[in-house]
Ligand binder design. Structure first.
Ligand code: FAD
Length: 500
């Protein structure tokens, strides 16, 4: 993918795209893959970097959702487990099975949770990863030498899947581009154009050059997650809001706090939440929270009380209790939940994760809600709706069996080059070549794109990322044709934003 080549595709304002999709997260890029694979002329515009919104800030699970099973939302769990099966098949390089253990502290819990997870296995049908098992107390201690054992009665082992969310977004962007879609980051949609009260296209501004583009489309899709209401209000200023934002944060700790290959799932905290402790890229990820009434921002801020809440709960389960100084990184994301018609505010943990499609009087198609796991199904429903609305000629959906792009360019770049084959920083698994690949093939345009979303350095360890920043900026500059002043400016900005 090359941004300059993509930009040249929107030079000609007389082109009428079949679809313009606003939003470059899981939902928008899922729609772009689906539409382009059906032969539709597809343009996707993202105001920031691909996945800069919620889609790079998830718990990174492709799962049925044990919480939804507890809530009795069987159709949601079944649909998610079906999608999990397709993703394990279509993106085995990105989505991997992961064993989870539910530790039990009351005598009946091992039996209760094992029964529940057997239902989960049944709902997965032939796509089940492996059977859930009842674990003895000794087996749980064996798997998690650092788990608190006071009162432990046993546990339940079950299987779900884990992925790297921002890498998946890039893979989707490249899958869409392979099917001839035009996908652009840093292009913000500022206005919806209309003719006879029907939407005919958008006006978008390149956030890097300031240039404005007028673009025509038969259908415009609003896949902007928590920003969906702001785009709906570009269409009709008085339209009521439908998004109920809910913030979730994760803390990253050294892997030694868990010292395990398995993840832990805590099914119910005192306040009724689900928590996970998950090994990820050689670190331990612990989360998440569910904080309503947060401001809707592209860079949401973790609250001190959210960090305290997670540390307090980690300390309840881990022998070596982490403290603030052990937190290597924190990241926050906002769930684009759909507001139940009759409520505002209050708890968001019980709002359905189902998706909703809305078609406005002027033809704006808005897709909101859902979850990462179900992005493909959401996209299929949305594109079906768009085809029907604008009477587009298209092939049937084919994403159930469509392989998702696999990239191994950084290996090729590193081959025969000792310098690029070396690690960017001793605390990370990433080679210097991955920064080159990010700029050359994945449309990374800034240091933060490369360190937060092409590699995941920033999410894993802020201090080490700041240490790696000057070298990463130098590598990027070489690829992007930037000078010393750019290297200095990018490095200083990164350290100012993310340094201690
Ligand atoms: C803490 C947390 C944990 C989660 N964990 C999981 C999990 O483990 N598994 C799971 O299945 N789901 C999970 N989810 C849910 C999942 O992450 C989201 O449902 C999904 O990422 C939403 O994707 P999206 O594309 O709809 O929104 P986003 O990723 O937010 O994408 C919308 C994009 O639209 C862009 N945009 C907005 N306005 C404009 C404009 N005017 N012009 C151009 N672009 C615009 C934004 O910049 C943004 O990038 C989690 C969510 C959170 C918050």
């Amino acid at each position: 993918m090359n941004r300059q080549a993509m930009l040249s595709q929107i030079e000609d304002s007389s082109i009428k795209w079949d679809l313009i999709i606003i939003g470059g997260g899981a939902t928008g890029l899922g729609c772009a893959v689906d539409a382009a694979a059906r032969g539709l002329r597809t343009l996707l515009l993202e105001q920031g970097d691909f996945s800069q919104g919620t889609s790079s800030r998830s718990t990174k699970l492709i799962h049925g959702g044990v919480r939804y099973l507890q809530q009795g939302d069987i159709p949601m769990v079944r649909d998610s487990l079906r999608e999990r099966g397709h993703l394990l098949k279509n993106a085995p390089h990105l989505v991997k099975p992961l064993p989870f253990v539910i530790p039990a502290y009351r005598w009946y819990e091992p039996y209760y949770y094992t029964f529940g997870m057997k239902v989960y296995d049944l709902l997965s049908g032939k796509r089940s990863i492996d059977n859930s098992l009842l674990l003895s107390k000794d087996k749980v201690i064996d798997l998690f030498p650092n788990l608190k054992i006071d009162g432990l009665t046993g546990g339940t082992l079950y299987w779900d899947a884990q992925f790297d969310d921002a890498r998946m977004v890039i893979a989707l962007a490249r899958s869409a581009a392979k099917e001839d879609a035009c996908v652009l980051n840093y292009l913000k949609v500022e206005k919806l154009n209309k003719d006879n009260d029907q939407i005919t296209g958008v006006i978008a501004t390149d956030q890097l050059s300031g240039r404005e583009y007028e673009l025509q489309a038969k259908v415009v899709i609003n896949a902007t997650g928590v920003f969906a209401d702001s785009v709906r209000q570009l269409d009709e200023s008085s339209t009521p809001e439908i998004i109920e934002p809910s913030q979730g944060i994760h803390i990253i700790l050294d892997a030694s706090f868990l010292s395990a290959d398995h993840a832990i799932m805590i099914p119910k905290t005192d306040d009724g939440r689900v928590l996970f402790a998950i090994p990820w890229h050689g670190h331990l990820m612990f989360g998440t929270t569910d904080t309503p009434d947060v401001p809707i921002e592209l860079e949401p801020r973790p609250l001190e009380e959210e960090i305290d809440y997670l540390l307090e709960h980690a300390g309840r389960y881990l022998q070596k209790a982490p403290s603030k100084k052990d937190v290597l990184s924190v990241f926050a994301g906002i769930r684009p939940l759909v507001r139940p018609a009759h409520t505002k505010g209050g708890t968001t943990s019980k709002i359905s994760r189902d998706h909703h499609i809305d078609v406005s009087a002027s033809g704006l198609i808005t897709i909101v809600g859902g979850k990462w796991t179900t992005y493909r199904h959401m996209a299929e429903d949305t594109i079906d709706q768009a085809i029907q609305h604008a009477s587009l000629e298209a092939k049937p959906c084919c994403t159930l069996d469509l392989e998702i792009h696999r990239s191994d360019e950084s290996d090729g770049i590193a081959e025969n080059d000792n310098e690029l084959n070396s690690l960017l920083h001793p605390d990370f698994e990433y080679k210097k070549a991955s920064i080159i690949a990010a700029a050359r093939f994945e449309m990374a345009l800034s240091l933060e794109d490369a360190l937060a979303r092409r590699t995941r350095c920033l999410l894993l360890n802020k201090k080490a990322s700041c240490e790696a920043a000057p070298e990463a900026a130098r590598l990027l500059a070489g690829e992007l044709g930037k000078d010393e002043a750019w290297i200095k400016e990018q490095t200083e900005l990164f350290i100012k934003t993310h340094g201690a």
